[in-house]
Ligand binder design. Structure first.
Ligand SMILES: Nc1nc2c(ncn2[C@@H]2O[C@H](COP(=O)(O)OP(=O)(O)OP(=O)(O)O)[C@@H](O)[C@H]2O)c(=O)[nH]1
Ligand SMILES: [Mg+2]
Length: 213
């Protein structure tokens, strides 16, 4: 996809600040430090757009970026960083509930307007928290794409084993792919864009709310 514009829009700390303008959202979710912000930047070819950090827990707000003024990339705060206090963990869970509630709630069955990209560390594999998050996302009426990231850190001899392990940890159905990718080497970026394009394209076949062009 050609990126004509990628602009930071806002950071939301609570429900009232979420964007509700009917444009589709591609949201990046995953363990803290798994590489969400890095992958977004790589997909967009914009190095410093979403802030990345070596220390986990950098992204604590829901950050919206408008792409080609046609859809949003949403950088969600990561879950499960070791030093998170109980209060911080509850705050995270609350914020996510609010964000995902809106997916099939008040915006009028807008579940189909979101694609969630769940990132799993290709080297670490799926953790218990990843599984818990995956089950939660799968229970929502949203489109889901699973990506194994930092795949540059996995030797080619271990790779298929790692991907298989992720599939079986999550109990993925055969028709759900795990896309191996790397924000460092750029591997898999094309396939992730393919998934995004299919999602964006599919929307046109669906009945649009009145008033939308
Ligand atoms: N080798 C390698 N390192 C990566 C890759 N993606 C991210 N990293 C590194 O992993 C660290 C975390 O990356 P971020 O993109 O900030 O991770 P995040 O998921 O946004 O983290 P939070 O915002 O804290 O939830 C940084 O040091 C990145 O340079 C990758 O594909 N390969
Ligand atoms: Mg981040």
């Amino acid at each position: 996809m050609r990126i004509d514009s990628a602009e930071f829009v806002l950071s939301a700390a609570q429900r009232a600040q979420f964007v509700r303008d009917g444009l589709p959202e591609i949201a990046f979710v995953g363990r803290s430090n798994v590489g969400k912000s890095s992958l977004m930047n790589r997909l967009l070819g914009r190095k410093g757009l979403a802030r990345t950090s070596r220390s986990p827990g950098r992204t604590r707000l829901v950050n919206y970026f408008a792409i080609n003024r046609r859809f949003y990339f949403v950088d969600l705060p990561g879950y499960g960083f070791a030093r998170a206090s109980k209060v911080e963990r509850q705050r995270w869970a609350h914020l996510m509930n609010e964000y995902f509630e809106g997916a099939d709630g008040e915006s009028g069955g807008a579940g189909a307007d979101r694609l969630l990209i769940q990132l799993i560390d290709g080297k670490v594999g799926a953790t218990a928290l990843d599984l818990q998050a995956f089950e939660y996302f799968a229970s929502l009426d949203v489109n889901l794409l699973v990506v194994a990231t930092k795949i540059d850190k996995v030797s080619s001899s271990r790779r298929s084993r790692s991907l298989k392990a992720i599939r079986s940890s999550l109990g993925l159905a055969d028709d759900l792919d795990v896309v191996p990718c790397s924000a460092v080497s750029g591997e898999g970026v094309k396939q992730v864009w393919q998934g995004i394009s299919v999602f964006l394209g599919n929307r046109h076949g669906k009945p649009q709310p009145v008033g939308m062009t």
